[in-house]
Design a protein around this ligand. Structure first.
Ligand code: SF4
Length: 290
């Protein structure tokens, strides 16, 4: 396998074989994100991707159970190219249980329901999607490239096609000014399309990004640990639909893992217990530690 640049993957893909299908991110404009800022986006050729899958089979044998195809927004690849890669991967690894990609609503929009169905039949199981917020004002400010209504539409489409959806919410990304709207609108949007998984991350300013500069110059007000916990509490209190909620990232202050709605009272209790701990005991993360 050949890798280019820093390869990012969700923590839940730690055991997966990583095969780069795209390099960089075709959007590359989110004000908080520094992942691919200096990388020129391109889609790798199907021949190169297949060659990497073959190399992986020679190296690991045919027992690989899951594959994640970085980099950013691989879902934007042409459907026939993705299908060719997915079918080839299944040929190489007959025991495969899971194949996943990153995809934001901006790029899911480019595919029709039937294309998602074909991808599912070919073995795509899950899309990891950075929604970050359900508040239109926050989405506009962070230049996410889609609106809350588009997120709902795309979420429903992907779910109807039978694909799993793992949505990422960025706690604190509305700053002090939009914390309430960020929590309430994120809950409303998630309730509207019911992703299978909701994963929390806490916003940590990343040097070299526009939002970092805003933070440094006092235009963006970072939430304190207590404020993040209160925002999390408000968001969870307003979640209704059944899905799994995970706090599987070191940036988070609260270990909130469980199922909505069953475990909601326990999650809120955990946050209330943490809010009774002196705030100085929480270490604020900086991007160098992530
Ligand atoms: S779409 Fe994802 S990878 Fe691309 S800039 Fe935004 S957060 Fe970063």
């Amino acid at each position: 396998m050949r890798y280019e640049g820093t390869v990012y993957r969700p923590p839940s893909e730690a055991e997966s074989l990583l095969i780069q299908a795209t390099i960089g991110c075709p959007h590359n404009d989110c004000t908080f994100c520094g992942m691919y800022r200096d990388t020129k986006f391109r889609i790798r050729s199907v021949a190169d991707i297949k060659e990497d899958l073959l190399m992986a089979r020679d190296f690991y044998g045919d027992k690989v159970r899951s594959i994640f195809f970085p980099d950013g927004n691989t879902i934007l690849m042409k459907t026939d190219q993705l299908l060719e890669i997915l079918y080839y991967a299944r040929e190489m690894f007959p025991y495969l249980k899971r194949m996943t990609v990153y995809g934001s609503a901006k790029f899911m929009k480019l595919k029709k329901l039937n294309e998602f169905r074909l991808l599912r039949e070919a073995g795509l199981t899950r899309i990891h999607s950075g929604m970050e917020s359900g508040d239109d004002e926050v989405l506009r400010r962070i230049k996410k490239g889609f609106t809350a209504a588009e997120m709902i539409e795309e979420g429903l489409k992907v779910r109807e096609a039978g694909l799993e959806l793992s949505e990422y919410i960025l706690l604190g990304i509305g700053g002090r000014e939009r914390t309430q709207e960020h929590a309430l609108e994120s809950a409303r949007v998630l309730n509207a399309f019911t992703p299978d998984f909701v994963r929390f991350r806490t916003y940590v300013p990343w040097k070299g990004t526009p939002l970092y500069d805003d933070y440094q110059q006092g235009r963006f007000h970072l939430l304190s640990p207590y404020e993040v916990l209160r925002e999390t509490r408000l968001l969870i209190a307003n979640l209704e639909d059944p899905f799994e909620l995970l706090s599987d990232h070191m940036s988070n202050y609260a270990p909130i893992n469980g199922n909505i709605p069953k475990d909601k009272p326990e999650m809120i209790e955990t946050i209330d217990r943490l809010l009774a701990v002196p705030e100085d005991n929480f270490k604020q993360m900086d991007s160098g530690l992530l």
